[in-house]
Write a protein that binds this ligand. Structure first.
Ligand code: AMP
Ligand code: MG
Length: 361
């Protein structure tokens, strides 16, 4: 998924950062669709980032240039600060330290990491256990299985499931204690959204009247684009390189998850990178889940959760979130959307679309 502000801004600052090292996710996403615009290629969160700042319309050309340059610089710094704290793959990051800690030892954590872990605990309950940041052992098991080209044995899956239990996380006011040494946290389904929110705030604080923070296709837009009043966000086709529709959204976050984007192939079968913590197996059936929400952290986590829960998960989705799922037989997929998503879908989908009657929403 990608987004573009509508045509012809007078002065906008754009920064594109291209993946170099996979510090956030392993393995990294495929190479980015955007060409670098004057920026040195650098990795961020294992993927690409695109930052657009729109200055206030009454700013002079000079002030607009300064402001937008500062806004994208600050936003990039905010993204990097979150990555440095919450990536499992950066040696010495607070999260990496927590993952290596023994059982029973309280590990002090910075406030942002604690905030994300608290939000993760709420998400675990709200998603009926489908979103579990304690899934590190399961995620690692399936990644290793892909590398070794061997399906894990049932006993190994059971052991990794036992080591991934959310109840082994003890959240304190300024730190975390693990009840079990093997427990490992993976914030790959939520921290990118958190980072996008912090980056958006920094752009606003720098004076941007509108803007876009897009990290690997998960994004947040605020204010108005340089022209028009809605942002156009393209939803990637889970089966190929093109898009299935363009969403037209006001200020909001749009995140997409799907096993079609990142997977391993073992013995001729595809296994996605999203694990159902309740079974210990990679999820199947949801090709992509796109969520529009007021903030990117929740859009991010709910997109991952819906990739696990499928259509039934729409009943758990908060009322101020909208979703679009692509499901079913890959040769004849179907789409399901919440009622509030429909007016934001601006071009016809290539699949039949159902809008189930809300049960609890
Ligand atoms: P996303 O791309 O936002 O859907 O996040 C997927 C990433 O979240 C994976 O690569 C894992 O790092 C992590 N993850 C996988 N399954 C789960 C799950 N059930 N709950 C929380 N995080 C998960
Ligand atoms: Mg996510």
């Amino acid at each position: 998924m990608s987004s573009r502000p509508r045509r012809g801004p007078a002065v906008i600052a754009v920064l594109v950062v291209v993946a170099g090292i996979a510090a956030w996710q392993a393995p990294p996403l495929p190479s980015p669709p955007n060409p670098p615009l004057g920026a040195e290629p650098r990795g961020i969160m294992g993927t690409t980032c695109r930052l657009v700042a729109v200055p206030p319309s009454d700013a002079s050309a000079h002030a607009a240039r300064d402001l937008t340059a500062r806004a994208v610089r600050e936003a990039e710094a905010a993204l990097r600060a979150v990555e440095a704290e919450m990536s499992r793959w950066i040696d010495g990051s607070p999260l990496a330290r927590l993952n290596r800690a023994p059982a029973g030892q309280r590990v002090p954590l910075p406030p942002a990491t604690l905030a994300v872990l608290r939000a993760s605990a709420e998400a675990y309950t709200a998603t009926d256990g489908a979103f579990a940041v304690t899934s590190g052992p399961l995620i690692d098991l399936w990644r290793a299985a892909g590398e070794q080209q061997r399906t894990p044995r049932a006993e190994a899956i059971a052991a990794a499931r036992a080591a991934s239990s959310f109840s082994d996380l003890v959240l304190g006011p300024d730190g975390v204690t693990k009840r079990r040494a093997e427990l490992r946290f993976d914030l790959g389904g939520i921290a990118k959204g958190y980072a996008i929110d912090r980056a958006s705030e920094r752009m606003i604080a720098a004076g941007a009247a509108g803007g876009l923070v897009d990290v690997g296709g998960d994004l947040r837009v605020f204010g108005a684009p340089a022209q028009g009043d809605r942002w156009e966000v393209q939803v990637r086709n889970p089966f190929g390189g093109d898009t299935i529709t363009t969403l037209r959204v006001g200020p909001s976050a749009v995140c997409t998850s799907g096993n079609y984007f990142r997977f391993v192939e073992i013995e001729g079968r595809r296994y996605g990178h999203i694990i159902d913590p309740r079974t210990g197996y990679p999820t199947a059936g949801v090709h992509s889940a796109t969520v529009v929400a007021p903030d990117a952290m929740r859009a991010d986590l709910w997109a991952t959760a819906l990739a696990v829960l499928g259509e039934a998960g729409l009943d758990l989705l908060p009322a101020d979130h909208e979703a679009l799922l692509v499901l079913g037989d890959p040769r004849a997929p179907r789409a399901v959307a919440t009622r509030g998503m429909v007016p934001q879908i601006s071009t016809p989908l290539p699949y039949p679309l159902a809008v189930p009657r809300p049960r609890s929403r």
